[in-house]
Design a protein around this ligand. Structure first.
Ligand SMILES: Cc1cc2nc3c(=O)[nH]c(=O)nc-3n(C[C@H](O)[C@H](O)[C@H](O)COP(=O)(O)OP(=O)(O)OC[C@H]3O[C@@H](n4cnc5c(N)ncnc54)[C@H](O)[C@@H]3O)c2cc1C
Length: 396
């Protein structure tokens, strides 16, 4: 019997497994894929993650593809462009997830790869996991870090399915390009581009320039996402016309994926089960960013499981919900509010007001790129916007 079965070896699962194994627990880290593997993603995250998880520095050369220093935000009608300083680390998920997976294995976690979890049975004193090859294994705890379509969340009765309004359907391509072309187009500061509500639809488009690839994506809220591949093609055509992409981008590796953007589920732990990352909806509703949240939640999950096993009391794990929520849970509320504002019919007007004020531009671009250590404060943003309107009305 293992102490813990961790399902999914993305940022959430590998980080949980690493912390647990370093505390001396026996951990099996299960993934349906073998590593290295790709995961459709922008691969951008706050540089502060490197400080929060300092062990990453030892292998950052293997995954860090640059740091974007300037964010460029385009209004829905594409008439207004706001710019702000940001610090967004850029990685290829193939490399980043491989390094995280290896950190977990080096710490002592046992990998079980190429096997899909098919079923989970919860008993009084353990959990039984059934795998796609017909085998089973037992563990004292299970961590569901198996992404947006989590089977662990379903089997634990913590979450069944996302409402279409709470999920964003994405299409993304990592386009190879010569480094000189990338630097010429996006400068040494690796200007990244974010397009709010393209075509008036709730969602966003993005360009994240990396060392040897340009990551281009489009995400549209599930209720409006029919025809996404067609919309993505027309987004790419627009970017080519605007010279933001080369003339003949290689889109052969374009892929689709879902990301939960309706905020986290209400309970992320039950008995011997804890959910980490996308399986629990820990993703910014504003930007679709979830790498950092998955890793932070992983650290809390590992801490409470260690305590529960030490005290031989599974109920101790129940405080997990409160721990991660008191760290970053309230950020989702602000982001949901901001998402509503940014997907409203007033977005173009907000950009127009923002274009008159440097501080608004800073606040918005920090929020969009999740690079601010100081979290988004919607009230401050609204107050600042009103101030700019007032100044303008009084001709100050
Ligand atoms: C198109 C797109 C762009 C994005 N861009 C960004 C971005 O730029 N920055 C950012 O921070 N976030 C971004 N995100 C969100 C980010 O990808 C996720 O928040 C992050 O990957 C969550 O990590 P995780 O460990 O919870 O899950 P995942 O990374 O999804 O990992 C889940 C793992 O579980 C495995 N798995 C699933 N089911 C099973 C099963 N039944 N049995 C065994 N294994 C299983 C999978 O193979 C996978 O390895 C983006 C998402 C999408 C879709």
């Amino acid at each position: 019997m293992y102490d813990v079965a961790v399902v999914g070896s993305g940022p959430g699962g590998s980080t949980t497994a690493r912390y647990l194994a370093r505390r001396g627990l026996s951990v099996v880290l299960i993934d349906r894929d073998t590593f290295p593997r790709d995961k459709p993603c922008g691969g951008g995250f706050s540089e502060s993650i490197m400080r929060e998880f300092p062990y990453l520095a030892a292998r950052q050369k293997e995954f860090l593809q640059g740091v974007a220093r300037v964010g460029v935000l385009h209004s829905p009608n594409r008439m207004i462009v706001l710019k702000g300083r940001v610090d967004m680390a850029l990685a290829l998920r193939t490399d980043f997830d491989h390094v995280l997976h290896e950190f977990a294995i080096e710490a002592g976690a046992n990998p079980l790869l190429g096997k899909r979890v098919k079923d989970v049975l919860f008993k009084d004193d353990h959990v039984t996991v059934s795998l796609s090859d017909g085998s089973t294994l037992d563990s004292r705890f299970i961590v569901g870090a198996d992404g947006a379509n989590s089977i662990v969340a379903r089997k634990a009765d913590l979450h069944r399915r996302w409402d279409p309004s709470a999920i964003t359907a994405c299409r993304v391509a990592e386009i190879p390009a010569p480094t000189e072309d990338i630097l010429g187009r996006y400068t040494e500061d690796l200007h990244y581009h974010f397009f709010a509500n393209l075509g008036g639809l709730p969602g966003y488009g993005w360009i994240f320039p990396k060392r040897e690839t340009i990551n281009v994506g489009l995400g549209i809220v599930g209720t409006h996402a029919e025809g996404l591949p067609r919309m993505f093609d027309s987004f790419v055509r627009y970017l080519k016309r605007s010279r933001l992409l080369p003339d003949s981008p290689d889109l052969s590796r374009a892929r689709g994926a879902l990301v939960p953007t309706g905020g986290p589920i209400s309970h992320t732990t039950k008995g011997r089960c804890l959910l980490v990352g996308d399986s629990a909806g820990m993703v910014s509703p504003l930007t679709g960013g979830g790498i950092g949240y998955a890793m932070k939640a992983a650290r809390y999950a590992a801490g409470v499981i260690t305590k529960a096993i030490e005290h031989d009391d599974p109920t101790t794990a129940g405080i997990y919900d409160r721990l991660w929520y008191s760290d970053f849970g309230h950020e989702f509320e602000q982001q949901l509010l901001a998402q509503r504002i940014f997907t409203s019919s007033y977005t173009d007007l907000l950009f127009e007001i923002g274009s008159r004020d440097g501080r608004i531009q800073e606040m918005v671009s920090e929020a969009m790129s999740e690079t601010s250590d100081q979290e988004l404060d919607v009230k401050r943003l609204v107050a600042r916007t009103l101030l700019v309107c007032l100044r303008s009305a009084l001709h100050l």
